[in-house]
Design a protein around this ligand. Structure first.
Ligand code: DAH
Length: 354
């Protein structure tokens, strides 16, 4: 009987080895361990054995039964693990695929160079505690001129050739709305919406009815800045402008102030930087002067503070208006401003991609 048990076990192991499907293994299990299975029959046959035989055969039959059960369980478990691994391998995603397909089939967008410079300058001013403000492109006369100390009959209005909107339903020919000619409009909006002390910058597009050429466009970009508080001096203005320009050009820059006239500042200045190309010796970029005109600025005119609801006897401040296009052209050696709005992909794709 013991021999028969051993033979059964050997038959079972070699049968199990050949199987690879769950259903087949479960069939084999019931062939051996099922109610009418081979092992169950041997255990049932113990009834007719002598007590001596029972003592020997009983534990041996149980041991074989347990071994068969164990082998079946581990085979089923292995099958399950193999199935999971197979699924994982076949469903694997090649994440590099999208990139390589994109690279060969699709265009990557480029970030416009004006946006590149603008975000860089915004970061510099944010680190110096300035807020960033925005304002509308379509403005009224008050914000574009009057509040900035440029009344209706002021000759400075002629300095900025303006796009006006005519209201076809208006009874008179009154011109009230216009495309803003400078970002200084946001000085007024900034002052009326906060209490001093404050400091902010305001980048954006501005519009002028210009004849276009390599250095003039009808749409261009400025970045306005304003700081208002108590006892602010020209030294503060120079400090912030020097810090800004040294950060932008990644080296210490030398600056000088010349008198400049703008109705909204008194005194007003033109801030020049020592030419970075020739270090002040004179070259074609600085027109042999050694200095490049970069930044109009000044101390805010008391009338402007008043128009913004601020008492000029208590507070003062400085303001500046940076021309972004000029800066972009210097940084990237662009020789014609019209490229910036040309929508030529060969131009824009040269800049940093997303
Ligand atoms: N708004 C002036 C322009 O477009 C530039 C300017 C000059 C802005 C002096 C200022 C300033 O804030 O103080 O020509």
């Amino acid at each position: 009987m013991l021999e028969k048990l051993e033979k059964l076990f050997n038959e079972f192991t070699s049968a199990l080895e050949k199987l690879s499907k769950e259903a087949e293994i479960l069939n084999l299990k019931s062939e051996y361990l099922g109610k009418k299975g081979a092992i169950s029959q041997i255990l049932a046959g113990l009834r007719d054995c002598t007590p001596e035989e029972k003592k020997q055969l009983g534990p041996a039959a149980n041991e074989v039964k347990n071994k068969i059960q164990e082998l079946i369980n581990s085979k089923l478990q292995k099958l399950e693990i193999d199935a999971i691994n197979e699924k994982l391998a076949s469903e694997r995603e090649d994440l590099s695929l999208t990139d390589s397909v994109m690279a060969s089939n699709n265009h990557h967008g480029g970030i416009h160079p004006v946006t590149l410079i603008q975000t860089e300058i915004e970061d510099i001013f944010l680190s110096m505690g300035f807020d960033i403000l925005d304002g509308p492109h379509i403005e009224d006369e008050f914000h574009n001129f009057e509040a900035l100390n440029i009344p209706a009959d002021h000759p400075a209005r002629d300095m900025q050739d303006t796009f006006w909107f005519h209201d076809p339903h208006a009874e008179t020919d009154e011109k009230k709305f216009l495309l803003r000619t400078h970002t200084s409009t946001i000085q007024v909006r900034g002052m009326t919406s906060r209490k001093p002390p404050f400091r902010f910058i305001a980048p954006g597009k501005v519009f002028r009815c210009e004849r276009t050429d390599a250095s003039h466009e009808m749409v261009f970009h400025q970045l306005e800045g304003m700081m208002v508080g108590k006892d602010i001096s020209v030294a503060n203005l120079i400090y912030f402008m020097k810090s800004l320009l040294s950060e932008i050009f990644k080296k210490e820059v030398e600056v000088r102030l010349r008198p400049g006239f703008f109705p909204f500042v008194e005194p007003g200045f033109e801030l020049d930087i020592k030419c970075l190309i020739c270090s002040g010796k004179g070259c074609s970029v600085c027109k042999q002067v050694g200095w490049v005109e970069l930044l109009p600025c000044g101390m805010v005119h008391p009338n402007v503070l008043k128009a913004g609801g601020i008492d000029p006897d208590e507070f003062n401040g400085f303001a500046f208006g940076l021309g972004l296009d000029r800066l972009v052209m210097m940084r990237y050696h662009i020789d014609d401003i019209r490229h910036l709005h040309g929508a030529d992909l060969r131009f824009s794709e040269q800049f940093k991609t997303f």
